[in-house]
Ligand binder design. Sequence first.
Ligand code: PMV
Length: 346
Amino acid sequence: MSFHTAWQSPSNIALVKYWGKTHPQLPTNPSLSMTLDACRTETSVEIIPGGGKLQVWVDGVDTPSFVPKVAAFFKAIAERHPWTAHFDWRIQTHNTFPHSSGIASSASGMSALALCVVSLAREFQERIPAKDDLREASVLARLGSGSASRSVYGGWVVWGRTPSVPGSNQEWAHPYPDAIDPVFSDFRDTVLLVDVGQKAVSSTVGHGLMNGHPFAEARFATAHDNLAAFQPILSSGDVGSFLALAEREALMLHGLMMASNPPFVLMKPETLAILEKIQNARRDGLEVGFTLDAGANVHVLYPARAEQTVREFVTTSLSTHCKDGACIHDRVGTGPQQLTKPKLLL
Ligand code: PMV
């Protein structure tokens, strides 16, 4: 006898970055993200009564190297979901974007797994501590990977308490509550794959660099200010101000890394070449900007109305800086989808 369920969940890109945390994976500043559409993880889970044994298949291949991360997730959620230890878990996972792309799959992967856990808990009539299933999935996803808390919802999402967003919370993310101009509900993000190798600094190490960082207090205050500054921009549809602020946030994240001890430079020469071209193109009137994650890849941001011109610009001018010319065209998405409702397999 076994039970089966499956979810797919998207990645997200932060416009106000979460960088720095305290135990248990609580953010030292609020963050704001847009949930993506094309970059997703599909996770299918089968459980049988047992003692908590874990097996993980990635793209159909038994992958023991993934087990420690999944085991850490189950350890982190054990207090809220003690029932999970009374089953053996067979987890199959697949990313719609290439593993080697340098795109972090922890947000999509952890949120997909968290959604499977909550669906099964509901099926077994287990106690669900949060007020609704998505909130519970957000809490669990956060315990797996902070940014994953935001992938549980589509559109624009806030995580972390901040005075400018009533109801914002450290433990779970929730949809951005204020008005958003349609231009931002349909925003585009083309990810330019500059460096497809292992991350030079894991996000756990990266967050740790904020402990005792000389600019920590200024950074945390700026994150609150930037989130508040995004509010009138998002409601009014001011794309120019949006792109300028998104770039300041991204460069601040990298500035923090460069000023930490030890310091890290995560941009590559190709990254800088792309950033310069994007800023020049905007000066010349193209509605285009960028944000960065904790790595060398560039997220090219633009409104749907500029899609044709920006795509041409990417093809003719930017993709030459990418690994094998690779990029992924993405956009704001609607959030996770349940692929299989929990069912009993005999
Ligand atoms: O969720 P983590 O621990 O991988 O941290 C993500 C940190 C950034 O991607 C750099 C920023 C963010 O808010 O997603």
